[in-house]
Design a protein around this ligand. Structure first.
Ligand code: PEP
Ligand code: MG
Length: 884
């Protein structure tokens, strides 16, 4: 196979490799494609990514045939352009650009105007009749080449130019005349000589090979590596090199250059959108040296700008360009991001690619393109990045507003919020009741902070990862949250804190961006989400194409209502412990835990029963006949214990047991490893009366609701099961209690009893466990924690190093470790089905809202995924994409 593919001129290649992004890179493929459909593309050739990979593997050595192939390809450009490379009279100049399989904006290198030297610059001057243009091009080339290929700091050159302008009394580059540029060229060459001890290369072929080498080398530059890591781009793809005849937008007032989108990338509106500059070269538009002008008359008028649009200033070239826009959109069936140049009235296309866009624009374009008949529904569904919907589901910071960034943490729950800093949950609640917007800032949160989290507009924690308590609860509530911000240190004694280097006090206003993890001083303005219109239409399409159901993780009627509004088809996980932490109940819960015997526990549970029944009642009402998976108490008891002396005293007063006794009991309940301790079904085994109360509350509520409304569909779920026997004992408890309630109420409700699969042993023994359990819900938070032996609450501190070093591609608490943990899921699903072919399978760990994990669940044939309310639309879309 060839390592070079020419394009443009008379080339008509039917070799599919010449348009294959994996071989010739995205830019090369699109240039070949454009040339192929007859668009004006300057002739050129592409050296393949395979050659780059080979070059890097062979210690920066080209394959032996490459020299000859480049010589042949160069002749193709010379013929098509009618100029010769290195010709002293009328030289061919080329650009050399990188182009990987996916675009990596600004990450790799480009050299323009290559082929100029002391001789050819004269030829360019006389052939173009424009000496100023020729010398300007030469100085640009020396600077770019010195930076990219020779490794010299561009500031050396910029400083010289600034001084020259000052000396001449010039303000802008355009004031520089031919002789000024010629003088600059002399100074630039002197810089190269003094820095490197040798002259700037004069041989165009030496220049070309130097540039090719630099592009290949740039694949392994530090910034490219960082970009790849952040964007999950494999290091073994390599980049292609595109060598192309130069065309010039800086040949006077009939020349121009610009960038354009075929639709508005911010709003999605079907209108050309772009910027251009007369008498300029491409980098002038991007670099912001001159202010670019509007492309269309409509845009100029709307902005009330003076300088003529391209539509007015160059009507013929503009008309040609507009026709190209339409052709390209029809051809690629997507919004295109285009670079073009007009050289003395003649239009040239330099690049096209699918344009980046906001989530809002993506939705509008996808829906309108279906209406226009450009794409079908499935394509539209697959066009939208599910995670990008997050941008639309929460208020977001105004992108144009200035930001005073103090520091950052993990982007734990998206959206933006501003408010006064409060350092504890009670204060948060009190201030919120007074109508203040507050941000709760804690070292980390615990279930006791729930009321404060609910009262706060946003949550900031110094510790904890993406599945820490703060993160999970905040996502569930739709509160923006930045977690694990190690730049935050709190001094509770003085009620002050430091964020980064800045000293702050309780009451100071900050802003959180939960989508990026940024923490900012003061209030940054936000914009509200819109969930209607194109968003709704696309969601309907997604629902038509998905197989898996989407449920929600919710434990309050409010959350259930929010989730239903977002299209949830049931509750996949109702964590009943969240109901225990409410102010009115916590002392009864503590009384229950600290009781010395069963009788003491029962007395406390009797107080909790009506409260819990009321919770279930309202949830069943909101969910109106949709399935609700209720998980019985799960967390380690020690989480409910009082800590401060005042709390012990308060409790002592409330329940009439002395403080010393309470403290002794609390000491007995202390655990070294609570996540592996007295929690989950182990609580039900040792204190069956707790589960009995919960089950009773649940079925009493179900019977009551069934009397007037839709019959609830409860699924009772037992957490942290490792053995069949545990489930057997607890299922019997559930059945027994349910039967009692049905007898008392004179009504039956059909229900199921199942288990979470969240321990490796449960996954391995799933065949046996399915003999008892009627459904499985994969608790992938704990399953990840226990399979990797990695604490969900402590790993944030070092996990980023693991991701950076490529040990994990992504945080395994965010995106399922499919290779490892995924095996256990697959195995449990298979063994469960062997025993019970109709067993219902779902996932309720945080992964239920992660698109990659959802795709995996589709592959395993799970029946549903369950995600926090604000992730429900993301899950609906991801499930549809997985099914398509
Ligand atoms: C799980 O472990 O994945 C789960 C959903 O339960 P929790 O997060 O409440 O432990
Ligand atoms: Mg769990």
């Amino acid at each position: 196979a060839s390592s070079i593919y020419p394009f443009g001129g008379t080339v008509r290649s039917d070799d599919p490799r010449s348009r294959d992004k994996t071989i010739v890179g995205g830019k090369g493929a699109n240039l070949a494609e454009m040339a192929g459909i007859g668009l004006p593309v300057p002739p050129g050739f592409t050296i393949t990514t395979e050659e780059c990979v080979r070059y890097l593997a062979h210690g920066a050595d080209f394959s032996p045939e490459l020299k000859d192939e480049v010589a042949v390809a160069l002749r193709h450009i010379e013929q098509a352009a009618g100029k010769k490379f290195g010709d002293a009279a009328d030289p061919l100049l080329v650009s050399v650009r990188s182009g990987a399989r996916v675009s990596m904006p600004g990450m790799m290198d480009t050299v323009l105007n290559l082929g100029l030297n002391d001789e050819t610059v004269q030829g360019l001057a006389s052939a173009s009749g424009d000496a100023r243009f020729a010398w300007d091009s030469y100085r640009r080339f020396i600077q770019m080449y010195s930076d990219v290929v020779l490794g010299l700091d561009h500031h050396l050159f910029e400083d010289v130019l600034e001084i020259a302008k000052e000396d001449n009394g010039f303000y802008a580059d355009v004031e520089m005349q031919a002789e000024n540029w010629q003088a600059i060229v002399g100074e630039y060459k002197a810089i190269v000589r003094s820095e490197l001890g040798r002259d700037f290369p004069q041989d165009p072929h030496e220049q070309l090979w130097g540039a090719i080498r630099a592009v290949f080398d740039s694949w392994d530059s530090d910034r490219a590596k960082v970009y790849r890591r952040l964007n999950d781009i494999p290091g073994d793809w390599g980049t292609a090199v595109n060598v192309q005849a130069m065309v010039f937008g800086n040949m006077g007032d009939t020349s121009a250059t610009g960038v354009a989108f075929t639709r508005d990338p911010a709003t999605g509106e079907r209108a050309y959108y772009g910027e251009w500059l007369v008498n300029a070269q491409g980098e002038d538009v991007v670099a912001g040296i001159r202010t670019p002008q509007y492309l269309t008359l409509a845009a100029r008028e709307k902005a009330g700008a003076k300088p003529l649009s391209m539509e007015e200033a160059m009507p013929a070239a503009y008309a040609e360009l507009a026709a190209v826009f339409d052709l390209l959109e029809k051809h690629y069936r997507d919004m295109q991001d285009i670079e073009f140049t007009v050289e003395r009235g003649h239009l040239w296309m330099l690049q096209t690619r699918s344009g980046k866009r906001t989530a809002k624009a993506a939705l509008r374009m996808a829906v309108e393109m279906v209406e226009e008949g450009l794409i079908d529904e499935k394509t539209a569904i697959c066009r939208i990045d599910p995670m990008a919907l997050d941008q639309l589901l929460h208020p977001t910071l105004d992108p144009d507003a200035p930001r005073d960034v103090l520091g950052s943490g993990l982007p734990a729950s998206p959206g933006a919020a501003s408010g006064a800093i409060v350092l504890d949950a009670d204060t948060a609640e009190k201030r919120a009741e007074r109508g203040d917007a507050v941000i709760l800032v804690r070292v980390e949160t615990s279930p006791e902070d729930i009321h404060g989290m609910h009262a706060a507009r946003g949550i900031l924690t110094a510790r904890g990862g993406m599945t820490s308590h703060a993160a999970v609860v905040a996502r569930g509530m739709g509160r923006p949250c930045v977690s694990g911000a190690s730049c935050v240190s709190i001094d509770m004694a003085s009620r002050t804190l430091k964020i980064g280097s800045r000293e702050l006090a309780e009451g100071d206003v900050i802003t959180l961006d939960g989508s990026t993890g940024q923490i900012m001083a003061g209030k940054v303005p936000t914009i509200e989400p819109e969930l209607v219109g194109h968003f709704g239409v696309l969601m309907e399409w997604a629902d038509r194409h998905r197989r898996m159901k989407v449920r929600t993780n919710a434990e309050t009627p409010d959350d259930c209502r929010t989730a239903r509004g977002f299209g949830a088809e049931g509750v996949g996980l109702c964590r009943t412990e969240h109901m225990f932490f409410e102010e009115s109940r916590i002392s009864a819960v503590r009384q229950m835990i600290l009781a010395e015997d069963e009788a003491g526990r029962r007395a406390a549970l009797a107080k909790l029963l009506p409260e819990q029944r009321a919770d279930f009642h309202s949830i069943f009402e909101v969910m109106a006949g949709l399935p609700v998976t209720v998980r019985l108490l799960d967390p380690p008891l020690h989480e409910f214990l009082p800590h401060a002396d005042a709390e012990f005293e308060e409790l002592s007063e409330a329940i009439g047991i002395g403080v010393p006794t309470l403290k002794r009991r609390a000491g007995e309940l202390h655990e070294f490893n609570p996540m592996l301790g007295h929690r989950g079904c182990r609580l039900g085994i040792t204190f069956p009366e707790i589960y009995e109360m919960q089950v009773r509350a649940l079925f009493e509520a179900a019977c009551d609701v069934a009397q007037t409304g839709d019959a609830p569909v409860p699924e009772v779920m037992i957490p942290l099961v490792a053995t069949r026997k545990e489930l057997e004992i607890l299922k019997a408890l559930v059945d027994r209690t349910a039967a009692q309630v049905f007898e008392e109420k004179g009504r039956t409700i059909s229900y199921q009893v199942g288990t979470m699969i969240e321990l490796p042993r449960a996954a391995l023994m799933a065949g046996e466990i399915a003999e008892v359990g009627e459904f499985f819900s994969f608790g992938t938070n704990d399953l990840t924690q226990t399979t990797l032996g990695l604490s969900r609450d402590d790993s944030a501190k070092f996990l980023s190093a693991y991701v950076e070093q490529g040990i994990f591609a992504r945080d395994p608490f965010v995106s399922l470790d499919i290779e490892g943990v995924g095996q256990l899921v697959g195995l449990a699903a298979e063994r469960g089905r062997e025993t019970r072919p109709d067993i219902k399978l779902g996932i309720c760990g945080e992964h239920g809202g992660d698109p990659a994990s959802i795709a995996f669940c589709e592959g395993q044939g799970l029946d549903y995924v369950s995600a926090s309310p604000y992730r429900v639309p993301i899950a609906r879309l991801a499930a549809a994409q997985a099914a398509i």
